[in-house]
Every structure is written in C-alpha cells, then in structure tokens.
Design a protein around this ligand. Sequence first.
Ligand SMILES: NC(=O)C1=CN([C@@H]2O[C@H](COP(=O)(O)OP(=O)(O)OC[C@H]3O[C@@H](n4cnc5c(N)ncnc54)[C@H](O)[C@@H]3O)[C@@H](O)[C@H]2O)C=CC1
Ligand SMILES: CC(C)CC(=O)C(=O)O
Ligand SMILES: [Mg+2]
Length: 347
Amino acid sequence: MKIAVFAGDGIGPEVTREAVRVLQALGLPGLELVEGDVGGAAYRKHGHPLPQQTLDIAKASGGILFGAVGDFSLDGLERHLRPEQAILGLRKELGLFANLRPATVFQGLEDLTTLRPEVARDIDLLIVRELNGDVYFGEKGMRQTAEGLREGYDIMSYNEAEVRRIAHVGFRAAQGRSKKLCSVDKANVLETSQLWRDVVIEVAKEYPDVELSHMYVDNAAMQLVKNPGAFDVIVTGNLFGDILSDQASMCVGSIGLLASASLSEGSLGLYEPIHGSAPDIAGKGLANPMATILSAAMLLRHSFGLEAEARRIEHAVAKALADGIKGGDLGGSHGTVAIGDAVLERL
Ligand SMILES: NC(=O)C1=CN([C@@H]2O[C@H](COP(=O)(O)OP(=O)(O)OC[C@H]3O[C@@H](n4cnc5c(N)ncnc54)[C@H](O)[C@@H]3O)[C@@H](O)[C@H]2O)C=CC1
Ligand SMILES: CC(C)CC(=O)C(=O)O
Ligand SMILES: [Mg+2]
C-alpha cells in the first residue's frame, strides 16, 4: 500500500510526522510512504507550489496524507504561485470533489468545547462540502471601475452536474447515519444557491428514506452554536463548508481535532486536518497533531478499506484525550510529540 505524504508548511511537517509515526506503528503489510513537496516549501525548492513530480507521486499512490500549506511571507506572490494553490490544485487535478468533515463530540469530554456541555453533548455531525467548484474556482481578478477605483472580483457558480454529484454523496452519507440531510445555501440572495436548492430537491426523490431540510447559511452558523446536536449530515458548497467546518471544530473543542477526507469518484483520496499551517505556533512544538492522526485513520478507512485499523487509531486518540492528554489548543500543556507519544502508547 503506497501512501503519499505531503507535509507542507508551518505546523504541517510537525503534525504530519506524528501521523506517520502512528501509521508506521500499525504494522501494515507493504506500507510504503512516499514524500512530496507542496506549498511554500515546494515553491522555495522548485519555483512552484505544486510541482509536476508531486502530482505524479499523488497519482501513483493509493491515498495522500496532507499536512497544511500557507506561508504569509509568500502572500505577495502572484496568486497561481501562492502556497494555497497546492491544495487547491490537488483537489482539482485529482477530482477530489467530496470533502467529508466529521465533527463528533468526544463522549465524556463535553467540557473541551467552548459551548455549554449540555449544548455540546449530542454533537455528531458530518459536513459534506463540495470541493471542486464555487467561488474558489471561478474567474477572478482585479480591474478598475469607470470611476478609476480598484475592484476585485471572484465569480461564484455551480452547474447542475456538480450539485447533483455532491448531493448524492450527502444523501448516501445520511442513509448510513441518522437519515437527516440539511442542505445549506443562500438561495434567498444567490442564483448559484437557488440552482443548488432546486437540484438537491430533485435528487431527494431518489432517497425517500432521508429527511431533507434546507437552511440559509447565516441561520446555519447560528444553529451550529445554538443546537448543534440537531444536525446529522450537512451538505453545502465550497465556501460555506469551509467556514462552517472551522466553526463546528470549536463546537467539539478545537480546530486541532477535526480531520477530513477529500474523495473522488474512485478510491484515491486526500486526507488532511481542516486547519491551516498556523504560522503563529509553527516551529514551537505546540501544534495538536490529533486532527492529522485522525485524518490518517480516515485514509485507512476510505482509500484502503481498513476499518479495524482506522478504529484503532480513533480509539487511541479518544483514550488519550480521556486520560487528560491535551495540547495548548484545549487548555492543556502537552506538546506535539508528547501527544503523538500518548496516542502511540494507546494504539
Ligand atoms: N488546507 C490547508 O492547507 C489550509 C491552509 N490554510 C493556510 O494556513 C495559513 C494560516 O491560516 P489561518 O487563517 O491562521 O488558519 P489556521 O487554521 O492555520 O490557524 C487558525 C488558528 O488556529 C490555531 N491552530 C490551527 N491548527 C492548530 C493545531 N493543530 N493545534 C493548535 N492550534 C492550531 C492557530 O495557531 C491559529 O491561532 C494561511 O496561509 C492559510 O491560507 C488555511 C486553512 C487550510
Ligand atoms: C485553500 C484552503 C486554504 C481552503 C481552506 O481553508 C480549507 O480547505 O479548509
Ligand atoms: Mg478552511
């Protein structure tokens, strides 16, 4: 089994190292890890955030473990050379259109969240975020208005095929869970969202066992804090899903806990924490690697069908948290390597 490992920038290498140690400790037969450069690190070495050789490594692998990209000192580069283009490029090039971002409160650890424990107790939700379209991939640029003012623009669009395929992912995910799907949009204002809603309603006819609801994104942001336990599966677009998942992470406890899977039509997937490169804590050994370790679990489950091994990792993380192993993000004092050690001891 060949796994590509793209650590990236900032805390990316720190958290990825711990996830790799966990993968290696499982004794997986034929495990082969192939490293590749991405992001600012790749730009500095090869002049591009997503070099061809990295793409080749990705395509030759069965799954990709990704850390994070982003380097504020490179933010002045032309957009196509900025570190973030590595992750955007991988998502697009590999057809990774379905981003699963589960947010489940750790039982008995409701006090980790910034919500009141009784509000957080029932959180067990899955955000299904479309990853190949929306305003992130529309035409964009800078221009001048007739009055000579600078104007930035980014076109938001979805076609019906893009909405249909992610809607199917959302409905199927709901079928495997509590059979409730909430589609989040802004159809009261945006044509893109009106089409989104219309298509989701059409697709719903194929899933009569799933209870479909619709919610505007501003209300969804509010409900996530008011009554997050009411959500089962949320299906939404690229931008809204990005924002709501960072918010959901705090409902569970920390952005350092949320993993994700970015899936294609085939078995190839990319697995990464939902957080970024966290330049403010990079190089200090303070980052919580649990989100990346849990992403490695998702990799084993979704790309290699290794459910038992995935659960082994998830139980070890939950046990470490239950035993009081917490990073600074959770008000604790354990560093990145100490958290990795604690998970390894509980595998
Ligand atoms: N998939 C990716 O590679 C992503 C990359 N980015 C990039 O990352 C850079 C930083 O972006 P920010 O907006 O600051 O978001 P961020 O997620 O990197 O950090 C936000 C806050 O959360 C904290 N944090 C994040 N991960 C943590 C962890 N594992 N343990 C403890 N604390 C953690 C950070 O210290 C910071 O205070 C930017 O260049 C951005 O473009 C942002 C999000 C996703
Ligand atoms: C391109 C990334 C920086 C977008 C992001 O924040 C994410 O996917 O979570
Ligand atoms: Mg994000």
